[in-house]
Design a protein around this ligand. Structure first.
Ligand code: PTT
Ligand code: SF4
Length: 614
């Protein structure tokens, strides 16, 4: 049977050798890993030599779409970008919504693997069969907005573009890959890996047909999907506020990260809510093939001038309440800087909050007070350009900074496995704490945003098996299904488009029938593979893998909330560990969180078992 849904081809570009090759991907491999994160993890496991320096030419950068990317169905314009992370030294990935994903698929490829390092700055140009490595010397040093504009003027409109800014060029360990002045991906430093290869951007255009098993049914089902989304009760509110709509709920539920995750409520939260966003909103834009676009662009004013920027909840919380700023104009300014420089808003917000607390405690001499947006803006610049001693240190990450400074700062460096915690305080949310602890890339909410269910449906302070089972189910759908398809998960999460609809869409695209059991096994396989990657890399770098890596920072266990409806709440260490053990059991991992030999063999990964257990 011919291949449907997948193009079955990935581009292999070696920047040292200046070579471009097309690799046919085996049908069995596609069926086993599907796409996106699954294929990316498989490639990185097989092709990166254990212990590789993430910023060396030997590391590989993978852009990988999935069998539903770019098809006429809800929110299908996403792509995974993955690599060995320079921030965590484990597996890292992110998911960007961009025309680039659709263009790449229509050019005839499912992904790109980039290896080596160019001698001088380059960008990659893809137009169907034509693939070229071009000079980017004229682009180096430009911010991400200028780069987009310049490339668009050179290539013409209609090309998909992903690029890095100065943060990626300067190898800031949490530089992201940016696109379209408001889309970002690869929190664990995928932008730095791109910079280490002297790769400024990739542009793509394609007008080939993606082969489909049953095109007519797919188009029909896709159209039904779009209309179901529009008819959803949640649609109007979503279209008004997008992800920022959750901020008010976070405050009410006492989970809004405040003063470096010291508190879950912020006195000045009214200045940064979705309602304020609505007032400042100029226009909305979003990813391709989406009819619930959520890129809300606001016009704002600060002393530095009047500008426009695109806001999401995570950005607002981490550059707002987390650093003591209750004015959306000021938050927007910081967000704009982060986007232009191409640095992760969550990580930089965490770094600023950490610096403010270090300053308050007198651990550093720099004076950076809570809520001072000018100082915060300066710090973003110092980090991006590695200008001051503090900027240089923070550019390596908060884990690094805490280790360097000591004096108890490790307990309030808010990260798991080196990746800063995204915007949910967990003093009073043990299930969400476990979601951060067990996320495959470090502390990110992408894989299991259990917090709303935990608070609305369960006894929020309970540590029980039910929560762990729900967490695994969420990871299977969010981290397994959506990260491999590769499409946006928000139609399901935000407006209730049933995830089961993707079974049919998958069948019409590929001819392959899937079910929840398939997704469960797929996710177990991918999660175990990714965990094996972490264990292998840590070992190769001389570190023993310990279950402690799956435990959030001491602050949440030791320092209770001092205000709000959850005043006095903190996590319980023994009970957290109990949940962690149940989690390991469900995934088939041992008491240290390492996939057992039997689990790996059962999942069809005997070669991984050999490496891990030889
Ligand atoms: C994502 C993380 C998030 S998660 C946000 S806001 W969010 C931050 N966005 C940043 C930004 O913007 N600029 C910047 N310089 N840094 C940023 N870092 C932060 O990165 C995003 C949406 C959102 S908005 C979310 S939740 C959903 N994420 C999805 C996902 O992960 N997978 C998937 N299949 N669908 C998803 N849909 C939603 O996409 P990372 P985007 Mg993102 C400006 O990258 O590394 O995964 O971290 O992709 O195109 O911007 O869409 O309240
Ligand atoms: Fe992109 Fe938002 Fe649409 Fe998802 S819902 S595809 S993030 S615009």
């Amino acid at each position: 049977m011919p291949l449907y849904g997948w193009n079955g081809k990935i581009l292999r570009i070696n920047l040292t050798k200046k070579s471009v090759k097309i690799q046919e991907v085996d049908r069995d491999v596609l069926a086993k890993f599907v796409g996106g994160r699954g294929l990316a993890a498989w490639i990185l496991w097989n092709e990166i030599k254990p212990g590789t320096d993430p910023l060396s030419p030997d590391n590989k950068l993978v852009f990988m779409a999935g069998p539903l990317t770019g098809l006429p169905l809800p929110s299908s314009g996403k792509i995974v970008v993955a690599s060995k992370s320079p921030l965590t030294h484990g597996y890292g990935d992110g998911n960007v919504g961009t025309k680039f994903s659709v263009s790449l698929r229509k050019a005839g490829y499912d992904g790109i693997v980039i290896e080596g390092k160019a001698k001088k700055p380059v960008y990659i140009f893809i137009e169907n069969e034509k693939v070229e490595i071009k000079s980017a010397e004229h682009l180096w040093g430009l911010d991400t907005f200028e780069t987009e504009d310049k490339l668009e003027s050179e290539t013409g409109k209609g090309f998909g573009i992903v690029e890095i800014g100065p943060a990626g060029e300067n190898l800031v360990k949490y530089a992201v890959v940016m696109s379209e002045k408001g889309r970002a991906g690869g929190r664990p430093g995928m932008g730095a890996v791109m910079g280490s290869k002297n790769l400024k951007a990739i542009v793509a255009h394609g007008d080939r047909e993606i082969p489909l098993f049953d095109k007519e049914s797919l188009v029909k089902k896709g159209a039904e999907g779009y209309s179901k989304i529009k008819q959803s009760d949640a649609y109007d509110f979503w279209m008004r506020q997008g992800t920022t709509g959750v901020l008010r709920w976070c405050q009410e539920a006492s989970v809004l990260p405040t003063y470096n995750f010291r508190e879950g409520v912020f006195d000045e939260y009214e200045g940064i809510t979705g309602e304020v966003l609505e007032k400042l909103k100029q226009f909305t834009k979003g990813c391709p093939n989406c009819n619930m676009i959520c890129g809300h662009n606001v016009r704002f004013k600060v002393d530095e001038g009047e500008f426009i920027t695109e806001l999401d909840y995570e950005n607002v919380a981490m550059l707002g309440s987390n650093i003591g700023i209750g004015d959306l104009n000021k938050v927007s300014y910081l967000n704009l800087l982060a986007d232009k420089f191409g640095v992760d808003t969550i990580s930089v917000g965490s770094a600023i909050g950490f610096a403010m607390e270090l300053s308050e405690r007198g651990i550093i001499k720099d004076k950076i007070e809570w809520g001072d947006y000018k100082k915060a803006a300066e710090l973003i610049k110092d980090i991006t350009y590695k200008k001051t001693k503090l900027g240089k240190m923070l550019a390596e990450g908060i884990e690094f900074t805490a280790k360097k400074l000591g004096k108890g700062s490790e307990s309030f460096a808010m990260h798991v496995k080196g990746l800063p915690i995204s915007a949910y305080d967990c003093h009073a949310a043990p299930g969400m704490a476990l979601a951060y602890g067990t996320s495959p890339i470090g502390a990110h909410h992408k894989d299991a945003w259990i917090i709303m269910r935990e608070i609305k449906q369960y006894e929020r302070h309970a540590y029980n098996k039910e929560k762990v089972e729900t967490l695994v189910w969420l990871q299977n759908l969010r981290g397994g299904l959506f990260e491999t398809l590769t499409t946006c998960r928000l139609p399901w999460i935000e407006v209730g488009y049933p995830y089961e609809e993707y079974y049919d869409l998958f069948y019409f695209a590929t001819g392959m029938k899937i079910s929840y059991e398939f997704i469960q096994e797929l996710t177990n396989r991918i999660y175990s593979l990714i965990r094996a990657f972490w264990v292998r890399e840590y070992k190769a770098e001389g570190k023993k893998w310990l279950r402690g890596y799956d435990i959030p920072p001491a602050r949440w266990f030791k320092e209770p909330l001092t205000k709000g409806p959850e005043k006095g709440a903190k996590l319980d260490y023994d009970n957290y560990n109990k949940m962690l053990s149940w989690y390991y059991e469900l995934r088939g991992w041992n008491e240290n969180g390492i996939p057992t030999k039997e689990t790996l063999e059962k999942l069809g990964l005997p070669e991984v078992a050999d490496v891990l257990w030889k």
